[in-house]
Design a protein around this ligand. Structure first.
Ligand SMILES: Nc1ncnc2c1ncn2[C@@H]1O[C@H](COP(=O)(O)OP(=O)(O)OP(=O)(O)O)[C@@H](O)[C@H]1O
Length: 298
């Protein structure tokens, strides 16, 4: 269950690369046992933010505490306390599953404690049956399972998982989420980056990052309520989205399975053939980004 203690507290985190402001003053918390989703389009700044929170990239401004340690003043402490599964494969293909886990456990633990951690991770992640297989022979889903097992083999209280399900089929993705929730149930806090809208729905809370700024933050339900308060959503049995776009009061229109989905301004009259619908996380994503772009043009 979600606790109340902050395990991650970012305060005005900023990172510049030359003239590029990759992360622009981001503040938020992740609580004990919480699964926090960081959502955003390509290049939004998710990985840069996670790298700062992991103590591997120094912020150009601001600070964050992660399991009590400051990423600016105590980055080594942060690295020792967290689990981090990067986007790049951190699994060694020529080592077996067990050897990969042993290698990672040895970075944090010694002797019997390391051996125990490896056995425990094999069991928790259902990897016992493939312990002797070379990691390079595993399917994508199993390799990702190993990658997460490695990241949390030392039982950190905070884990950063950067796009853990990219490229996996729906069943493998579901398995990864079950494992993340099993760790969270033991009290671990997880910050998970994703592009997938259905995955955002699985998180306790979601932060939407765009052009380096946190443009929305809340439970999936609360974010959907925010857009419901500002727009209206309809489905039209047939039709061509292009004929709706640009009409007065129409915010957006797109094709969906032979039907047209339209988003209207609150005071625009609904067409007679339209059926009201609930907003989705995709609506949140598209509309929040559209609002940001509109502000940027002003
Ligand atoms: N080391 C670096 N030097 C220069 N620019 C960088 C560096 N790392 C990231 N950037 C830039 O910072 C911006 C944010 O990149 P980042 O990788 O954090 O985005 P992202 O949201 O993780 O994207 P994706 O979803 O594609 O992984 C991009 O414009 C990227 O080109």
């Amino acid at each position: 269950m979600k606790g109340v203690r902050e395990k991650v507290a970012a305060r005005g985190l900023e990172r510049r690369f030359g003239h590029l402001l990759a992360v622009a003053g981001v503040s938020f918390e992740v609580y004990e046992g919480e699964v926090f989703g960081l959502l955003g389009p390509n290049g939004a700044g998710k990985t840069t933010l996670v790298r700062m929170l992991s103590g591997v990239l120094t912020p150009t401004h601001g600070d964050a505490t992660v399991d009590g340690a400051s990423v600016v003043r105590e980055p080594e402490q942060v690295k020792a306390r967290i689990g981090y599964a990067t986007q790049e494969a951190s699994v060694y293909p020529f080592l077996t599953v067990r050897e990969n886990l042993e290698f990672r456990a040895a970075m944090y633990l010694e002797g019997p404690a390391a051996r125990e951690a490896v056995e425990d991770a094999l069991a928790r992640f259902g990897l016992g049956g493939v312990a002797g297989r070379r990691a390079g022979e595993l399917s994508g889903g199993w390799r990702q399972r190993l990658s997460i097992a490695q990241a949390v083999v030392h039982r950190p209280r905070v884990a950063f998982l950067d796009e853990p399900t990219t490229g996996l089929d729906p069943l493998a993705r579901r398995a990864v989420w079950d494992l993340v929730y099993a760790e969270a149930a033991r009290g671990m806090s997880a910050l998970v980056t994703t592009h997938y809208m259905d995955e955002a729905e699985r998180c306790h809370r979601v932060g939407l990052i765009y052009r380096g700024r946190l443009v929305a933050l809340g439970t999936p339900q609360a974010l959907k309520e925010q857009v419901r308060a500002r727009y209206r959503f309809y489905r039209i049995p047939a039709g061509e989205p292009g004929t709706w776009r640009g009409r007065p009061g129409v915010v957006d229109a797109w094709q969906r399975g032979g039907q047209t989905r339209i988003v209207l301004e609150p005071d625009a009259p609904a067409p007679p053939e339209a059926t009201p619908e609930d907003p989705t996380m995709e609506d949140v994503f598209v509309l929040k980004i559209r609002e940001e772009d509109a502000h940027a043009l002003v």
